[in-house]
Design a protein around this ligand. Structure first.
Ligand code: RP5
Length: 164
């Protein structure tokens, strides 16, 4: 197994259906990744250790998803220089606006690249991580270009009536 280049982390098992979208993209693009549950509130020591070791373990990007009081992406960003991509997970109570606000408004000095709320944000998180790696990996850059071209080619020119 190749060493993981991207870490996909999430605050809870309940975030996995969302964060799986990031994993699917990285699988499609042939980017080695790892997945872990790392909760800012429930497993703070695990969070600390993960952030502290991320760079030396060779991670080039971290996609971090959490919902509600979503402190995971920001706390990991405070502990590592590895780029952190934040995914606000949709919540029942506040539809994920709580997660978005918890992730996006970082203080100067410790950025988190914040994606959209929910599954699209997680998929884009995977794509963003791949784009970061592609800067130094021409073969991956080619696969990413092909992926984007295939998506563009799949969009029809005009709408049609579809039976509901
Ligand atoms: C956050 O609380 C997690 O990221 C999750 O989105 C949310 C709810 O967690 P569970 O109660 O479902 O474990 O920390």
């Amino acid at each position: 197994m190749p060493e993981p280049k991207v870490g996909i982390i999430m605050g809870s098992q309940s975030d996995w259906p969302t964060m799986k979208e990031a994993a699917k993209i990285l699988e499609e693009l042939g980017v080695p990744f790892e997945t872990k549950i790392v909760s800012a509130h429930r497993t703070p020591d695990r969070l600390w250790a993960y952030g502290k070791s991320a760079a030396e373990r060779g991670l080039k990007a971290i996609v971090a998803g959490a919902g509600g009081a979503a402190h995971l992406p920001g706390m990991v960003a405070s502990k590592t220089r590895v780029p952190v991509i934040g995914v606000p997970v949709q919540t029942r109570a506040l539809s994920g606006v709580d997660s978005l606000y918890s992730i996006v408004q970082m203080p100067k000095g410790f950025p988190v690249a914040t994606m959209a709320i929910g599954a699209a944000g997680a998929a884009n998180g995977g794509l963003m991580a791949a784009a970061i790696l592609a800067n130094e990996d021409p073969a991956l850059a080619e696969r990413l270009e092909a992926w984007r071209a295939a998506l563009s080619a799949s969009i029809p020119d005009a709408p049609e009536d579809i039976e509901e």
